[in-house]
Write a protein that binds this ligand. Sequence first.
Ligand SMILES: [Zn+2]
Ligand SMILES: [Zn+2]
Length: 300
Amino acid sequence: MYRDDRGRVWYKGNLHTHSKRSDGRLEPDQIFRMYAEHGYDFIALTDHWKQSSDGESDRLLTIPGIELDHSPNVRDGIYHIVGVCMTGEIDVSRRGQMSAQEMIDEINDKGGCAALAHPAWSLNTPEQIMACRGIYAFEVFNSVSDKPHNVRPDSALLSDMVSARGRFINLTAVDDAHFYDGDACRSFIYLHTDVLDTAHIAAALRSGDFYASQGPQISWEWDPETLTCVVKTSPAADITFFSDAAFVGHRVFSEARGDGELQTGATYVCQKNETFLRFEVTDFMGRKAWSHPIKVREIN
Ligand SMILES: [Zn+2]
Ligand SMILES: [Zn+2]
C-alpha cells in the first residue's frame, strides 16, 4: 500500500491466481506467504470452478475468488470469467455448460464482481467482449500469458477497439500465476478504499476506484470542460496517450524524445476528433501502469 499526495491509501492486490486446488503448482499457504512478502495487501485464489473464501490467511487479506470458463472454440468464443468478493457459493454443477453471460450473472447473483480474463490470449473479438453485460473490468495484462509459458499477455489493443465502439470497460492487471517461476508478483491492481475488507473491495471494483500496474504509481484528472487529462506518476521512461485519432502529433512523452525526465507527469489536450482517451506509463525497468479508458465525447 501507499499513500498518495491527497492522503488517500491505495492497496496492492492480485485478483487472479491458481493453487494446487486446481492446476497451480503451489499450496495456498505458500502463495499467501510469497505475495505477503512482496508487499501485497490482498489476494484472491481463483481456482477453476473451486471457490476460495475470505479469512484464509493471517499474512494478508484473502477475498473469495473463482474462475469459470466456457471454451467451445475460438470462433464461438473462449470465455474465462473470474469472480471475486462473492458473498454466496457459486453453483458449479453446470461446469462447462454455462454461456459467458450465465457465468457473469451467476457471479453477480452471488454478490460478486465479474471480470473477463485474458481476452487477447482467448482471441476474443471486440464484439464478443461488448456482448458481456455486468463485468466490472477485463484484464489488460495477464502475466502467465507472457513468455515463457504462453502468448498474447497484453489486451490493450482490445481496450481501444472496444472504446472506439462506444463501450467503456475498466482495466485490471493480474498474474493468473500457475507456475510460480516468474509468473507471480508481477501484475496487480492498486485499489483505493478506506477500509480493507471484502465488501469495500467489491465497492471499489464496481466504482472503478483502482488501476492496473506492474510498478508505476499513477493518478489522473480529467477535465471535461477543457478536454484535458493531467497525469501524475512516479518516475517514468514514457507516458503514452491512446485514442481513436489515428494520428496525433504529440501523444508520446518520453525522455528519448527530449521531453526531459518525466518525474512528475504529463498533460494531454484532446483533439477535435477523439471520442476516448487512455494512457500507459512505462518506468525505467519496463514495468507499466494503465489508466482506465476515459470517455471524451459522444460518437457522431
Ligand atoms: Zn483463464
Ligand atoms: Zn486463470
